[in-house]
Design a protein around this ligand. Structure first.
Ligand code: NAD
Ligand code: TYD
Length: 338
């Protein structure tokens, strides 16, 4: 099995590369990644020189780079994307170029190279907010942010390619991931890095927004199951069913770090902020998947990882400079650190 993994130097992508090479020792992987601010080749350092691993630096929006990366591959797990909601509020153009435009280039490549399976890693955010209950795969898409709208565009485009050309597309829509290697702008790693430096944690609005958290390794296992056992043309929700408010997570992170709750600072709410996400995962569970990890245990492991890898996140935080200015203005907070 030779798999192309796009976005393999990012958070979920690098965890996926580790997961696949460890759990499918006979598989070969090509990673295509353009190493944006969120991509870090060092995340994959342990596989450099391994004959099963090849890294192509290039953009999914570039047909030549896609052709090169698809050589020899039989399947594709497509993760490359612009992924941060706040950045998409700041400037959505790159989100459309990468998430929609890049997906179109990859889908065309999948046809040219006659790939046997093409898994698009979408998100639960394409459904929008749900006050109670959980979204089914058949529910309409109603994205709220430029990020989720660009992901919904990619998602629908992929389904249209299946419908029109018979491209063997499968879609996954997963909830919020956490674990090692997550860029320190998303809630958990950002708050960990703020607290470790003694800075305040800017909780948007009342902090009672709900997200359903999944261990990144459980997501990786779900992607492998969908790749191997899913039906082309089908959509699979992915989630562990662990719903928590942002405030609860923030309080727990501070407890685990032994830092005072007084570091919590409520700031202006995110524009268009989705209140709650929740998905029904019955269809995925019918393939034999279930989450293996407990929320608390993963949170403790994640805190430990960020404690032990301070140099990693300090280095990446330096790439926040321009965005940091927007962030501070947007949330009008007294944020410390760079
Ligand atoms: P990330 O931001 O950590 O990583 C994205 C990766 O894509 C980076 O390595 C970056 O360099 C690469 N990339 C960006 N633009 C590219 C381009 N034009 N060409 C090639 N590579 C490019 O993101 P993540 O959190 O690991 O998310 C991965 C995927 O999973 C995304 O598609 C995201 O929408 C989806 N997803 C994420 C979550 C989550 O909680 N993080 C939940 C559901 C779905
Ligand atoms: P985030 O990690 O950006 O993921 P998403 O918006 O894709 O769910 O944010 C998770 C939640 O945390 C979301 O409700 C917004 C909130 N949040 C804060 O309250 N403060 C912050 O500084 C960040 C980055 C997020």
């Amino acid at each position: 099995m030779h798999i192309l993994v796009t976005g393999g130097a990012g958070f979920i992508g690098s965890n996926l590369v580790h997961f696949l090479l460890e759990h499918r020792p006979d598989c070969h992987l090509t990673v295509l990644d353009s190493l944006t601010y969120a991509g870090c080749r060092q995340n994959l350092a342990r596989w450099e020189g391994d004959p099963r691993f090849r890294f192509v630096e290039g953009s999914i929006t570039d047909p030549q780079a896609v052709d090169l990366a698809m050589q020899g591959a039989r399947t594709c797990l497509h993760l490359a994307a612009e992924t941060h909601v706040d950045r998409s509020i700041h400037d959505g153009a790159q989100f459309i170029a990468t998430n929609v435009g890049g997906t179109q280039v990859l889908l065309d490549g999948a046809r040219r190279h006659e790939l046997e399976r093409f898994v698009l890693v979408s998100t639960d955010e394409v459904y929008g907010s749900i006050p109670e209950g959980s979204f089914l795969e058949t529910d309409p898409l109603c994205p709220s942010s430029p990020y989720s709208a660009s992901k919904a565009g990619a998602d629908l485009l992929a389904l249209a390619h299946h419908h029109t050309y018979g491209t063997p597309v499968l879609i996954t829509r997963c909830t919020n991931n956490f674990g090692p290697y997550q860029y320190p702008e998303k809630l958990i790693p950002f708050f960990l890095s703020q607290a470790m430096q003694g800075h305040e944690l800017p909780v948007y609005g009342d902090g009672l927004q709900v997200r359903d958290w999944i261990d990144v390794e459980d997501h990786c296992e779900a992607l492998l199951q969908v790749l191997e056992k899913g039906s082309p043309g089908e959509v699979y929700n992915v989630g562990a069913g662990h719903e928590v408010t942002n405030l609860e997570i923030t309080q727990t992170l501070l407890d685990l770090l032994g830092k005072p709750q007084s570091l919590i600072r409520h700031v202006q709410d995110r524009p268009g902020h989705d209140r709650r996400y929740s998905v029904d995962t019955t269809r995925l569970r019918a393939l034999g998947w279930k989450p293996r990890h407990e929320f608390r245990e993963t949170l403790e492991r994640t805190v430990d990882w960020y404690r032990r890898n301070q140099a990693w996140w300090e280095d990446l935080r330096r790439k926040r400079e321009e965005y940091q200015k927007f962030y501070e203005q947007q949330y009008a907070g007294r944020l410390g650190g760079g």
